[in-house]
Design a protein around this ligand. Structure first.
Ligand code: GDP
Ligand code: MG
Length: 439
């Protein structure tokens, strides 16, 4: 998919003017590329139609030539096709929330189960319980146990001669007894979809009433990933997909097809073997990846950079005048999230580009989400006047955002430090800011 699309875009990009014929040819290429990737015919038709319409009626964007505009439109449409927004994990209104991991052997079920549990622990202070329901490979239970030990999560397990459905039943009883808020069932996989496996999974589903059936698919398997997804969805009516091994060569075409074919959201992506290598799936980022963000979208970014620099300059002026409030802070965070790593946005702040401290700087994207949640819980008055933050208001923010009070306090403290520090930054004192960002 990627190659074909990229070639078409590359060709278009080199042209200063796009004729009606160019546009038609590009649309043809896009259509072929999508069909080759096994995307449903109707989806392809709709996709091409929308891109065409938008391209025809595109407004002239500051600094973008027609070819770049089409790239932008394709990017936006791809994003929409993959679901537009990140979709969170389902949560039951009573404990435990039951998550069932399904997928072919080697897709990454056990690893992803561990990553998810770690995430739930960190984000919600959850107390998950694993149920080891893969009894066919002797090493499977040991592997789950190792994963579980590394993140300090209990495992409910029985001998390999037990029936998986029975294990799940007893495991759920144990979770009720221990008041675990999440149960993650690690099931068996096969090299390919077969009747026996599907029946077993269907029985487990019947018994456990999972709130979430997460299909784990290996992104490297390309076309097969789509068929796998369809097969599992037909049988089990999955609720979400985790796409693993995106750290490999693959550029994510499977993400688009899976979403298009099953209609089920991709919720997470696996990007490595470590327990921390799990990210929320963001359709816009995947679209950029499919298009080959690297060279393609930098063009567009460059065209828009002037605007960003204006905004950054405005923020700097406000900081210096000590008028920088929470609204500005959120605006900056949004830019950072949109633009990619913190390093990049910092470079846009005048005078920062060549600062050596930027080299080692790195920020966890999750932090942004949490900070934003807290600020979104503020009243307009609080956002405009950062000095209003009394203890009772802080407690309200914690309740409103679902973040612990210590985190609210830390955010406010950091924000206040940031305001103070902004004056110093222009003098080249950058270390303090780096500390603040946890760099
Ligand atoms: P399962 O059979 O579905 O339970 O798959 P496993 O969890 O045992 O994973 C199979 C292999 O894939 C293991 O070697 C994992 O370390 C590896 N793996 C899982 N997820 C990822 C990922 O996102 N990236 C990479 N590079 N490897 C992964
Ligand atoms: Mg496994």
């Amino acid at each position: 998919l990627t190659e074909r699309l990229q070639k078409a875009m590359e060709k278009l990009r080199r042209k200063p003017k796009v004729t009606e014929e160019d546009l038609r040819e590009t649309m043809r290429e896009i259509r072929m590329a999508l069909l080759e990737a096994d995307v449903n015919f109707k989806v392809v038709k709709d996709f091409v139609k929308t891109v065409r319409q938008k391209a025809a009626g595109a407004e002239v964007l500051k600094g973008l030539n027609p070819a770049q505009q089409i790239v932008k439109i394709v990017d936006e449409q791809l994003t929409e096709l993959m679901g537009q927004e990140a979709v969170p994990l389902n949560k039951a209104d009573h404990i435990p929330t039951v998550i069932m991991m399904v997928g072919l052997q080697g897709a990454g079920k056990t690893t992803t189960a561990g990553k998810l549990a770690k995430r739930l622990k960190e984000e919600q202070h959850a107390r998950p319980l694993f149920i080891a329901a893969d009894v066919y490979r002797p090493a499977a239970i040991t592997q789950l146990q190792q994963v579980a030990d590394s993140i300090d999560v209990p495992v409910f397990q029985k001998g390999t001669d037990e029936n998986p459905v029975q294990i799940v039943k007893e495991g759920l009883a144990k979770a009720h007894e221990d008041k675990n808020d999440y149960v993650i069932i690690d099931t068996a996989g096969r090299l390919q979809i077969d009747e026996t496996l599907m029946n077993e999974l269907a029985q487990i589903k019947e018994l456990a009433h999972p709130d979430e059936i997460l299909l784990v698919v290996d992104a490297m398997t390309g076309q097969n990933a789509v068929n796998t997804a369809q097969g599992f969805d037909d049988k089990l009516d999955i609720t979400g997909v985790v796409l693993t091994k995106l750290d490999g060569d693959t550029r994510g075409g499977a993400a688009m097809s899976i979403r298009a074919v099953t209609g089920k959201p991709i919720k997470f992506v696996g990007e490595g073997e470590k327990m921390s290598d799990l990210d929320v799936f963001h359709p816009d980022r995947m679209a950029s990846r499919i298009l080959g963000m690297g060279d393609m979208l930098t063009l567009i970014e460059k065209a828009q950079k002037n605007v960003d620099e204006e905004q950054a300059q405005e923020a700097m002026d406000k900081m210096r005048a000590n008028e920088f409030d929470y609204n500005d802070f959120v605006a900056q965070l949004d830019q950072v999230t949109k633009m990619g790593p913190m390093e990049n946005i910092m470079k846009m702040i005048p005078g920062m580009a060549n600062n050596p401290a930027l080299k080692n700087m790195h920020m966890d994207p999750k932090t942004f989400v949490h900070i934003k949640a807290i600020i979104q819980s503020m009243t307009p008055a609080e956002r405009e006047d950062p000095d209003l933050m009394s203890p009772s208001r802080r407690r309200r923010l914690a309740a409103g955002s679902g973040r612990p009070i210590v985190e609210v306090n830390r955010m406010i403290k950091q924000f206040n430090q940031m305001r103070k520090m902004m004056k110093q930054i222009t003098n080249g004192n950058f270390g303090a800011m780096q500390n603040m960002m946890g760099g």
